[in-house]
Design a protein around this ligand. Structure first.
Ligand SMILES: *Cc1c(COP(=O)(O)O)cnc(C)c1O
Length: 387
């Protein structure tokens, strides 16, 4: 091994990706041109949705979803406690309140049980949206979550940046994350650590034509051009934002999307290698649990380590791994513990989220890794944990 540290995730940019961007730079439109629609069409087809709307990043995708649903101040959205900040923040952007759902301590996912507990905390406020996250790439139990949300009068919005390419089998049906058959919308991110990268970038998929139209309007200032109007005319029925994704980045997205099958196969192969290499470290260390229905393209290789039982602290392990060339990350500090949310809602005890956070550590996983890298990570862990 070299002295370089394996990061927990990173992009794979190849010569043809660079060529696609260069070609876009030489073209007539740097933004709002033909590559936007081409990327959207290819993305919708890839995940099996009727519509895909490209936008500036995954956070903008979530904000647009809240705006398109007309979520109002004082209404409630439910987000899992274990996720990136943006899943909860999007509700606050539109003035809605967040109820944090607990998660399964072994998968980190919102479950029908934890959603049911969260529903009790909504009280007599109006619940508008439930935002399950396919944490690490494993698919949440969408049919049951959708049923509970519908009974409560709310829609499901999947926050799916971890799960591009992931599939699930519910009943006899194989489904693809993003096909939105149980939800109103699904959101994606093309941040460099995610499965495909555009630097910054996001997407919303939906099967609802009206929602797609509204997302498109809202991502470009809320401007509409009524039919038959003069060529310069536009109107703004309500203010939107500039959340567009430029053609330069859509060109990169298109090029990356064409590689999704290869990236996914590579991630799956590395996950299999990890399973074999880490099995001897059990029960001190276990890979986060994949639910029976989930067939993930893992974004994160998160392991759960019994730090207390080993007599080690997480920071000791993180630093010792780094010294052996292994970078790690923690996904995530429960969002409910953030000072902003503690100030707003008070300290919350969510036993599943706390148990997850106490043990979780994400190991390197990205397509350019080799099998030897995985073995090196496993060897370093064995060494550091002393098992
Ligand atoms: C990455 C991510 C986001 C935000 O995406 P950005 O493109 O970084 O804005 C939102 N939710 C989850 C679960 C994410 O992993």
């Amino acid at each position: 091994m070299t002295d370089a540290v394996l990061p927990y995730g990173r992009q794979t940019i190849e010569d043809d990706d660079i060529a696609a961007v260069v070609e876009a730079l030489r073209a007539d439109f740097l933004t709002t041109g033909p590559r936007v629609e081409a990327f959207e069409t290819a993305f919708a087809e890839t995940v099996g949705a009727a519509h895909a709307v490209a936008c500036a990043n995954g956070t903008a995708a979530l904000h647009l979803a809240m705006l398109a649903l007309d979520v109002q101040p004082g209404e409630v959205c439910i987000a899992p406690a274990v996720t990136f900040l943006a899943t909860a923040n999007c509700a606050r952007y539109v003035g809605a309140e967040v109820v944090f759902a607990d998660v399964d301590p072994d998968s980190g996912l919102m479950t029908p049980d934890t959603l049911a507990q969260a529903l009790e905390k909504v009280g007599d406020r109006r619940l508008r949206a439930v935002l399950p996250v396919h944490l690490r790439g494993d698919v949440a139990e969408l049919p049951a979550l959708a049923r509970l949300a519908a009974e409560a009068g709310a829609v499901l919005v999947e926050d799916a940046p971890h799960a591009l390419g992931s599939e699930a089998v519910f009943g006899n049906t194989r489904e693809r994350v993003g096909d939105v058959r149980h939800s109103a919308m699904a959101t994606f991110s093309f941040h460099p650590v995610k499965t495909i990268a555009t630097g910054e970038g996001g997407m919303v998929t939906t099967n609802d034509h009206a929602l797609a139209q509204r997302l498109r309007t809202l991502r470009s200032h809320g401007m509409v051009r009524p039919e038959g109007c003069e060529p310069w005319w536009y109107e703004m029925p309500e203010p939107g934002f500039n959340y567009r994704l430029p053609d330069i980045l859509c060109a990169l997205g298109l090029s990356q999307l064409a590689k999704l099958d290869r990236f996914a196969a590579r991630r799956k192969a590395l996950a299999v290698r990890y399973q074999a290499a880490l099995a001897p470290l059990s029960p001190a260390l276990r890979i986060a649990a994949t639910p029976a229905w989930s067939d993930p393209v893992l974004h994160l290789m998160t392991v759960l380590v019994d730090f207390a039982g080993l007599g080690l602290t997480r920071i000791e392990v993180v630093e010792a791994l780094r010294a052996r060339g292994v970078g790690t990350q923690v996904h995530y500090i429960p969002v409910s513990r953030q000072p902003y949310y503690v100030a707003r809602y008070g300290e919350q005890r969510l036993v599943g989220a706390d148990a997850w956070y106490d043990r979780c550590l994400s190991l390197p996983l990205y397509p350019a890794m080799t099998e030897a890298d995985v073995d090196h990570v496993a060897g370093a862990l064995k060494d550091v944990l002393g098992v």
